[in-house]
Design a protein around this ligand. Structure first.
Ligand code: FMN
Length: 174
């Protein structure tokens, strides 16, 4: 279980030539991590295997982005997304993630896979951070979390559609 880690507001970085990799089961429980994952997140492999992937969730991440990601991968699509993650000590690191479902020959889901590299800092600063801050404000505004998610998901979809045909097209056009 994830303990209540307090964000430090300190960013940590990883090399441009490093890829942070993880795999999960169908419920998002971690089944594989590479060394780069353990090194940046500051967890041991033992602590990560079997844990829900939200173990590295940062509270600044809008819930709408994870809803979008899960909806898409469960429809069999791959997703590209900017994600702010939290280390064991509360520091954070930004990634550009490529999340894909793994299927057997009959098309049944076996699990999910994520491959992350360093994000484009200009895109982060100009677009992603302001967008995610706006979504978080929308999520926090209503009295209950469910209404907040509905409102921020609509806002997210409207913003994407105003700029591109899809979220993938948007992130690659930035
Ligand atoms: C393959 C895969 C990789 C994921 N990687 C991350 C990640 O790096 N950071 C993260 O916060 N959530 C990640 N998630 C999403 C989590 O499963 C979860 O939906 C998210 O952390 C929100 O958790 P919450 O609904 O408990 O707040 C990943 C999910 C999958 C299937």
């Amino acid at each position: 279980m994830k303990t209540e880690t307090i964000p430090t507001n300190r960013e940590v970085f990883f090399d441009r030539d490093h890829f942070i990799v993880s795999k999960t089961d169908l419920k998002g429980r971690i089944t594989y991590v590479n060394r780069a994952f353990c090194a940046i997140a500051n967890y041991s492999e033992k602590e990560l295997i079997g844990a829900p992937h939200s173990i590295v969730r940062h509270p600044d991440m809008p819930r709408a982005v994870f809803k979008f990601m899960w909806d898409r991968i469960l429809e069999g699509h791959e997703v590209f997304a900017y994600v702010k993650n939290m280390t064991k000590s509360g520091d954070h690191y930004w990634v550009f993630a490529h999340v894909t479902p793994s299927c057997d020959a009959a098309g049944n889901f076996l699990g999910f896979h994520s491959n992350r590299r360093t994000p484009d800092r200009r895109v982060l600063g100009e677009t992603i951070i302001p967008l995610y801050e706006a979504l978080r404000r929308t999520e926090a505004a209503p009295a209950n979390a469910k209404d907040g998610l509905v409102a921020s998901y609509r806002q997210f979809s409207d913003i994407v559609q105003s700029k591109a045909r899809s979220y993938d097209e948007l992130v690659f056009s930035l």
